[in-house]
Design a protein around this ligand. Structure first.
Ligand code: PLP
Length: 409
C-alpha cells in the first residue's frame, strides 16, 4: 500500500522547508518578477503615447523571440489561447475536424480547438515526459482511424482527424522525434502548445519550432510575462504573414481605406504589453538559470524520500522548469489532496495538475483514447512553488534579516 498519508505529507513539508525555509507569509506557486528595464520601457510607451496597436516594441519583441527560439518568424498575439486558436486554423484544421490533444493539459489547449470550430479528441500521456505519448497515439489511431480520399478519418464519427497538439507540460519537452514520426505516417499537422516551455529545448532545439506552427504564452504566471500575451512561431513565411493578417483584422494596407478581406480577429499584442515583454526577455537567461538552481535543490531534497519523487527533465531535453513537481508513488486523488491541504495550510502554494479535460462538462462527450496514464498522473502530481526568486536563498536571507533589524521592537 506504500507510505501512509501523514508520513508522505510530513516528507513533502520537510522538503519544502529545506528548499524554501519556513513560510512566514504565503509562498506563491509562480509570481512575476520585474527587476530590469520593465519600468523604463513601459514608461516610454506612456510618455510617447504609443500604448496600443502600433509601436516599436511589438517588432522588437517579435525579433527577440525569433532569436531566442531560433524560429524564422514570430508573431505577437494578445494571449496564448488566441494564438493557439489562430495557429490551429492556419495549420489547416477545418471546422468539423477532430484534433488530437492530451487529456492532461490546461483547458486552453482544448478551448482553442473548439474556438476553431473543431472537436478535441483526447489522447493519453507518457509518464516519463508528462506530455502526449506517441506510442499510445499510434496504437489508438491504428484502432480507430481509417485512411480515406479526404485524409485520415475517425471510423466511428466519420470526421476528419487533421492535426495533433502536443503540450510541453510544466516546461518538460514531449518525445518530439516519436511524435513527428507518427504525425508524418498519418499525415497529421503538428501544432505545438509551447505555452509553458519558453527556454526549453529538445536535443538542443527550442520547443515550439518542430511543428508546422508553435505557440508561446506570456500570461502573468508563465516564465516571463507581458501581463497577458502570446506568440505564434513558424518556419513558414506564408503562415507567418497569414497569422499577422488574421490577428490584425485582415486589413489590406492602404493610407486611408478600410478594406478587410476576411472575417478576422483583433488579437494583436498592444505595444505597452510588448514593451514589458522586451524587458522581461532581457531577464530570461538569468530567470532560467535561477529556476534550474531551484529545481536542483528540490531534486536533492526529495531524493530517497519514501512515497514521493521529483519530476526531472526527460532525457535529451533541457526543461525551463516552469513548474516544479513531485509525484506520489501511490496515485490517489484523496492522498494527493491530503498533501495539498497540508502544504497550503503551512503557507506553501502547491497545486494539483489539471482535472483531465474529458471530465469537464463541455468535453464529456468528446472522442477519446484510453487515458490510463493520464489518470495516474492526475492522481499523483503536485506542483511546488517555482518562482525564480525562490532560488535567491541568500538574498531572501538578507531580506529577512533586514526586516527583523528594522521591525519595531
Ligand atoms: C498558459 C497556457 C495556455 C494559454 O495561455 P494564455 O496566455 O493564458 O491564454 C495554453 N496552453 C497551456 C498548456 C498553458 O499553460
Amino acid at each position: 500500500m506504500g507510505e501512509s498519508h501523514p508520513r508522505v505529507a510530513a516528507s513533502l513539508l520537510a522538503g519544502l522547508r529545506q528548499v524554501l525555509g519556513e513560510a512566514r507569509g504565503p509562498i506563491a506557486l509562480h509570481e512575476p518578477e520585474f527587476r530590469g528595464n520593465e519600468w523604463n520601457y513601459v514608461k516610454d510607451c506612456i510618455d510617447s503615447g504609443w500604448v496600443s496597436s502600433v509601436g516599436k516594441y511589438v517588432d522588437q519583441f517579435e525579433r527577440r523571440l525569433e532569436e531566442i527560439t531560433g524560429s524564422p518568424h514570430a508573431v505577437a498575439i494578445v494571449n496564448g489561447t488566441a494564438a493557439l486558436h489562430v495557429a490551429i486554423e492556419i495549420a489547416g484544421v477545418m471546422p468539423g475536424d477532430e484534433v488530437l490533444v492530451p487529456a492532461l493539459t490546461f483547458v486552453g489547449t482544448a478551448n482553442a480547438v473548439a474556438h476553431a470550430g473543431a472537436i478535441p479528441h483526447f489522447v493519453d500521456s507518457d509518464a516519463a515526459t508528462l506530455g502526449l505519448d506517441p506510442r499510445a497515439l499510434d496504437a489508438h489511431l491504428a484502432a480507430v482511424a481509417e485512411r480515406s480520399a479526404g485524409g485520415l478519418r475517425n471510423a466511428k464519427t466519420g470526421r476528419r482527424i487533421s492535426a495533433v497538439v502536443p503540450m510541453h507540460a510544466f516546461g518538460h519537452p514531449v518525445d518530439l522525434d516519436g511524435l513527428m514520426e507518427v504525425a508524418l505516417r498519418y499525415d497529421l499537422a503538428i501544432v505545438e502548445d509551447a505555452a509553458e516551455s519558453l527556454g526549453s529545448t529538445y536535443h538542443g532545439r527550442h520547443t515550439g519550432t518542430f511543428g508546422r506552427v508553435g505557440v508561446l504564452s506570456f500570461n502573468g504566471n508563465k516564465v516571463v510575462t507581458t501581463g497577458g500575451g502570446g506568440a505564434i512561431v513558424t518556419g513558414d513565411p506564408a503562415l507567418a504573414r497569414l497569422a499577422k493578417h488574421l490577428t490584425t483584422t485582415a486589413k489590406r494596407p492602404h493610407r486611408w481605406e478600410f478594406v478587410h478581406d476576411a472575417v478576422a480577429y483583433n488579437f494583436r499584442l498592444p505595444n505597452i504589453n510588448a514593451a514589458l515583454g522586451c524587458a522581461q526577455l532581457e531577464e530570461l537567461p538569468d530567470m532560467l538559470a535561477r529556476k534550474r538552481v531551484l529545481a536542483e535543490r528540490y531534486r536533492q531534497a526529495f531524493e530517497n524520500v519514501p512515497g514521493l519523487h521529483f519530476v526531472g527533465e526527460p532525457e535529451g531535453t533541457r526543461s525551463n522548469y516552469w513548474l516544479n513537481a513531485v509525484r506520489l508513488d501511490t496515485p490517489s486523488l484523496e492522498r494527493r489532496d491530503v498533501l495539498l491541504a497540508a502544504a497550503n495550510d503551512a503557507g506553501y502554494h502547491c497545486r494539483p495538475a489539471w482535472t483531465l479535460l474529458h471530465k469537464l462538462p463541455m468535453y464529456r462527450d468528446a472522442p477519446r483514447a484510453p487515458l490510463d496514464v493520464a489518470e495516474v498522473l492526475e492522481a499523483s502530481l503536485v506542483n511546488l512553488p517555482s518562482s525564480a526568486k525562490l532560488a535567491d536563498a541568500r538574498a531572501e536571507g538578507i531580506e529577512a534579516v533586514r526586516a527583523r533589524l528594522t521591525a519595531p521592537q
